[in-house]
Design a protein around this ligand. Structure first.
Ligand code: NAP
Length: 272
């Protein structure tokens, strides 16, 4: 399995990254980025809403990996979309991160009545070279089609909640058919599936953890993963998912765990 996607922007995006939501203190964030980069992680996922872009910037400097080898994602929050100051919000994110470009800039949530204007502003940022790719998060099929019908740029990525308990296969296949890379957030469902007996049985066969089985199942759906951890042993464990393969029966068995369980926010609540 390739370790990277080639995005529709022509840039490469690693299939594995480190999520940084709820990693807040400087020490914690810097150490997690240093540990992860030593273990081979190159993608780091933050957002202005996580209130840790400055700490992430410090971690990126401290890790010593050349900027050109890193893949940094950040996201525009709903308030900035409503105010209509996308450019200002983007510049502030760059400043906090201490970067002069990001690899991926995402619309965090599809705020109704705003997301098209936000997208047009992201297109300008993309054309200026300060974001190597632009994309969306938490968008459904109708909202993605709306963007495609009313702009020049197809989103490079849709970042959505996706894990064995919430298998969003309709939006996944829709995006993949359009060449939009899908990236799974909350790929561990924040721990909610790790005790499932079905997964324990499969994990035993491969001598892996249930977290690794869940992450591998996602990868085999052609989706990237950005598990969050600030613990070295888990950061390592979550990266060891490229050297074994689930068979068709195991994939189908994990498919059957889908129960529509969301561990993160409900999009309708976030769009108000
Ligand atoms: N676009 C969006 O709207 C959106 C929404 C939510 C999240 N995200 C992004 O996606 C990333 C991942 O999602 P998430 O942080 O919500 O949830 P997650 O990655 O599914 O779960 C993270 C939780 O699992 C624990 N954990 C990590 N590895 C583990 C392992 N191997 N075994 C057992 N527990 C483990 C972590 O604890 P420790 O840190 O203590 O190890 C943390 O409490 C976020 O950090 C963020 O970057 C995006």
């Amino acid at each position: 399995m390739d370790l990277n996607f080639t995005l529709n922007s022509g840039t490469m995006m690693p299939k594995l990254g480190l999520g940084l939501y709820k990693a807040v203190s400087e020490g914690e964030v810097v150490q997690a980025i240093k540990d992860a980069s030593t273990l081979g992680y190159r993608l780091f996922d933050t957002a202005s809403a996580y209130k840790n872009e400055e700490e992430v910037g410090l971690g990126l400097k401290a890790c010593g990996i050349p900027r050109s080898e890193l893949f940094i994602t950040t996201k525009i929050w709903n308030t900035a979309q409503r105010i209509g100051n996308v450019e200002g919000a983007f510049e502030r994110s760059l400043e906090r991160l201490g970067l002069d470009y990001v690899d991926l800039y995402l619309i965090h949530w599809p705020v109704p009545g705003c997301y098209l204007d936000t997208w047009h502003a992201l297109e300008k940022i993309y054309k200026s070279g300060r974001a190597r790719a632009i994309g969306v998060s938490n968008f459904n099929e109708i909202q993605i089609q709306d963007i495609i019908d009313h702009s020049e740029t197809v989103p490079a990525v849709n970042q959505i909640e996706y894990h064995p308990l919430f298998n969003q296969d309709s939006i996944r296949t829709y995006c993949q058919n359009l060449g939009i890379a899908v990236q799974a957030y909350a790929p561990l469902a924040r721990g909610a599936y790790l005790d499932k007996d079905v997964l324990k049985k499969i994990a035993q066969k491969y001598n892996r953890s249930t977290a690794q089985i869940g992450l591998r199942w996602i990868l085999q759906k052609g989706i990237g993963v950005i598990p969050k951890s600030v613990h070295l042993d888990r950061i390592l464990q979550n990266s060891q998912i490229f050297d074994f393969e689930l068979d068709d029966l195991e994939m189908a068995t994990i498919d059957s765990l889908n129960e529509g369980y969301r561990s993160a926010s409900i999009p309708e609540d976030m769009q108000i």
